[in-house]
Design a protein around this ligand. Structure first.
Ligand code: ARG
Length: 467
């Protein structure tokens, strides 16, 4: 111990008061991963059972030793699950913790488990299994969120709201159509998740330290036992690859960005100024000082979680970018990033699913807002093209004059008397008023993927068949 051989004052200057026993304590603290990788206990034990079973099948260990190992591992599994397992930081990580306990439980046979493998392929396996399960969970959660949006879209296939560009009123749309935009976004996220599951569906175990092994192992057997499509093909790549974790984080970052845009819309919509939606009490909070307030805290936190997820993605990309092949200890820093991002993503999807299902939609406010801001100006221009035969550019100009006139009178386009409209262009007739309502505007947009209720229902049917 450094403290025994050097004077206390100087070692304290070097390591600080926290590390009472000098460099050994610092080494242990920086080296140990058990604090977070104990989360991988179930995957570690599953992997070890598959490995031991294969070793016995191949005659590399005896059937008797295999039985002892499997029995011991199952005991450890229930010890950890029931909270009766003492994790030790001296034993560094989950792999060594499990193996050391196995030795206590079954004696020398435990030493045979680590034949033909290394912690390098072991950790790659455990982490892959964990990420695969997390991706499967994410897929289910996204399906739930999409279902919530489909229900709201169906309910509001005809509810008119302002559509925005630059957050300025652009053209009337339906709330159902707006909900279906999110279905498309989360549908793409789910497709990325499914693709990532296909990418990582290869078993790393048996790559050993980096070069493979001389024992006659059967990697196809372990791959099958662990639910993978096939074994990985290159042992060097296998122990140095963390693409599966980075793909998870990339997908989480993109989904997080979508969730954050939705959160931002909910924050805006729930202001008294917009008043488009009212959040349920379950997803909002009051203010400790201002009794009138109802704050969209859950939406704000979803917006913030995105920052954490992005941070995790950048962290892992940065950890990996300078590493020579194959394994380096830097890679141990992959887990906390993924665990933290997974927790944030799960929470964000769950909170959003709840908010979307629970929020009260104020269709009257939405419709009133849809009618203001000259949102049917494009419909007037289109009418001039269709009914009066004007080139679109001229129609645009005529419409601009009508908008300017309405603005100066402080009224809406539909409130301008026909004489005013005819003063701008002689061919305008009272038929024009049919297209100046917001309902007529949305009903006319029947192009494929457009906002007409009939189109929105087509989009809903498409997704219902796929959800
Ligand atoms: N705890 C380590 C990690 O997470 C396990 C692999 C250790 N391998 C090694 N060669 N030191 O990366």
């Amino acid at each position: 111990m450094a403290d025994d051989t050097t004077d206390t004052k100087s070692s304290n200057q070097m390591w600080g008061g926290r590390f009472a026993s000098g460099p050994d304590a610092i080494m242990e603290e920086i080296n140990a991963s058990i604090g977070f990788d104990k989360k991988l206990f179930a995957q570690d034990i599953r992997g070890s059972i598959a490995h031991a079973t294969m070793l016995a099948h191949q005659g590399i260990i005896s059937a008797d030793d295999k039985d002892k190992i499997v029995h011991g591992l199952n005991t450890i599994l229930s010890e950890i699950e029931s909270g009766n397992f003492e994790f030790s930081r001296q034993l560094e990580d989950i792999h060594m913790n499990v193996e050391a306990r196995l030795a206590t439980l079954i004696g020398p046979a435990a030493g045979r488990l680590h034949t033909a493998r290394s912690r390098n392929d072991q950790v790659a396996l455990d982490f892959r299994l964990w990420v695969k399960e997390e991706l499967e969970k994410t897929e289910r959660m996204l399906t739930g969120l999409i279902a919530a949006f489909l229900d709201r879209a169906e309910e509001h296939a005809e509810s008119v709201m302002p559509g925005f560009t630059h957050l300025q009123t652009a053209q009337p749309v339906t709330f159902g159509h707006h909900c279906m935009a999110y279905v498309e976004m989360f549908g793409r996220d789910r497709a990325r998740v499914r693709h990532a599951i296909e990418h990582l569906d290869e078993s790393p175990i048996g790559a050993a330290a980096l070069a493979g092994t001389g024992y006659p192992i059967d990697r196809h057997m372990t791959a099958k036992a662990l639910g993978f499509r096939e074994p990985t093909r290159n042992s060097i790549d296998t122990v140095s690859d963390r693409d599966f974790a980075i793909e998870f984080l990339s997908i989480a970052a993109i989904a997080g960005m979508h969730l954050s845009r939705l959160a931002e819309e909910i924050v805006i919509w729930s202001t008294p100024q917009f008043g488009f939606v009212r959040l349920s009490d379950a997803f909002s909070t009051g203010s400790s000082i201002m009794p009138q307030k109802k704050n969209p805290d859950a939406a704000e936190l979803v917006r913030a979680k995105t920052g954490r997820i992005n941070g995790s993605l950048v962290a892992l990309l940065t950890i990996m970018k300078g590493l020579p092949l194959a394994y380096s200890k830097d890679m141990q820093e992959d887990k906390e990033q993924v665990f933290d991002a997974a927790e944030s993503l799960e929470l964000a999807i769950a909170a959003m699913t709840g908010m979307v299902r629970d929020m009260t939609v104020n269709t009257a406010r939405m419709k009133a807002a849809a009618g203001s801001g000259y949102s049917t100006a494009t419909d007037l221009a289109d009418w001039l093209v269709r009914e009066a035969g004007l080139p679109f550019r001229d129609a645009h100009h005529v419409t601009g004059r009508a908008v300017a006139l309405a603005e100066s009178k402080g009224c809406d386009l539909a409130e301008l008397p026909l004489s005013d409209l005819q003063a701008i262009h002689l061919d305008i007739t009272d038929k024009v008023y049919d297209v100046l309502t917001v309902e007529a505007s949305v009903a006319s947009r029947k192009s494929f993927g457009g906002t007409a209720p009939s189109e929105v229902r087509r989009q809903i049917a498409f997704w219902r068949a796929r959800n």
